[in-house]
Design a protein around this ligand. Sequence first.
Ligand SMILES: [Zn+2]
Ligand SMILES: [Zn+2]
Length: 387
Amino acid sequence: MHKNENGMRPSRCNALSKAVAAIAAMAALLTPLAYGQPAPAGAKTGTHLVLLGTSGGRTAWRGVEAAGISSAVVVNGQVYLVDFGAGWLRRFFQAGLGAPPPARGLESLRAAFITHLHADHVIDYPSLVLFGASDGLSERKTPLRVFGPGPRGKLPPVSGQAAGVSAIVAADEPTPGTVAMTEGLYRAFANDINDNILDSRKPNPHTRVQVQDIVVPGATRIDPNRDSAPDMAPFPVYQDENVRVTATLVSHPPVYPSFAFRFDTAHGSVVFSGDTSPSRNLERLASGADVLVHEVIDTAWVDVLYPKPRNAAQEAKAHHLVHSHTAVEDVGAVAQAAKVKVLVLSHLAPADSAERRWARAKEGFDGTVIVGRDLQWIPVGASSAAP
Ligand SMILES: [Zn+2]
Ligand SMILES: [Zn+2]
């Protein structure tokens, strides 16, 4: 009798389990795909925070379950999106935010906001401007509004010794903002877009997605290589009948601009830290908010990721992780200083750290701490509780 790859004789039990697996695979093929989950009771009215993806950084690609960072604020059934981490679109439907067929699914999406242009926050932005523009947004009467950072304006300095640094890319426009990034995507995917326009008679994406770089007050006086988040008052970004969105600069060097956003509705307020080290500007923006969604990093993980001794590249990366993010033991003090009621941890770095590692967020904070998980619905302010 032959042996299999493990050197084991195939048993009757083995054959049986293979047959069961084959039947299960067939059954899976025959089961109709669920088109998202129904939105929880009470979600049609009020304001809810929905965590679409809670993983920070590139950890989404390490095989962890959590999708990349992306969140939604749902106000009276309208959706406002913050960031486009890996897998946000799948989570959007899984969370029950999309309209069921025959509607295309993205009609409920009203506006989107990008905190900063690190890849883990925009890696699936193409899903919106490519799939969305030709499908889910085609039926809209008004374009979807997208607000994101403008150009950095100058390159960051080299960290450490200049020797051994690679040549930069796109030297003619090395620090593009959101508008330029979007146009770059349209160029990169022109083959597909033009096919859709001409052959499938889909609309030009410019008519369905209106992208705008956020103008920072006093930007001309800011040198991102000296201080990327000088002290400032929150400033308005967007307003409609459901929501007023304000922003501030947060400290995430060398990134500039890096924003935190605050959403005020008739029911309450929710603030997103974006990526930041403990930030005075953020405390001011989040002052008295019902919910603060804050990024966190488990700094012990950095030492595992980049054990000493480190080469220059590893040292630079470890330095960024520790100094441009907020350690879990420091985030409680931020929430306390801002006097928020609920602190939601998201952008968990790494997303697969044990729950007890995140428990330190409670240190120095009197309010409620929620360790964010994908597809969680959290009522904001006076909104009814959702399961
Ligand atoms: Zn990030
Ligand atoms: Zn970042």
